[in-house]
Unconditional design. Structure first.
Length: 94
């Protein structure tokens, strides 16, 4: 079984936790309204993931598959999206 929103939230709430989900399969996961600033998602599978209203400042999203992901109202300031598949994304107000 893959990671759940609860798994991600538990890491976010752990003091000093490393936010590293490089290469993880988070397809279709609802991560809306979480502060994921500085996280490493390099090479992750993020198709159809919901990042609505997320804080993604300085996040590494390089080489990810974000096809059909919801990035509306997400803060992508300083995020690295080089080499990522952004086809059919919702990036309204991002």
């Amino acid at each position: 079984m893959g990671l759940t929103r609860q798994d991600i939230a538990a890491v976010l709430n752990a003091p000093g936790a490393k936010l590293d989900w490089a290469g993880a399969d988070l397809t279709g996961l609802d991560l809306s309204q979480l502060d994921l600033s500085g996280a490493n998602f390099a090479g992750a599978k993020l198709e159809r993931a919901n990042f609505f209203d997320c804080q993604l400042r300085n996040t590494n999203l390089s080489q990810t598959n974000l096809e059909q992901a919801n990035l509306s109202q997400a803060n992508l300031s300083g995020a690295n999206i080089r080499g990522s598949n952004l086809s059919q994304d919702d990036m309204s107000e991002a």
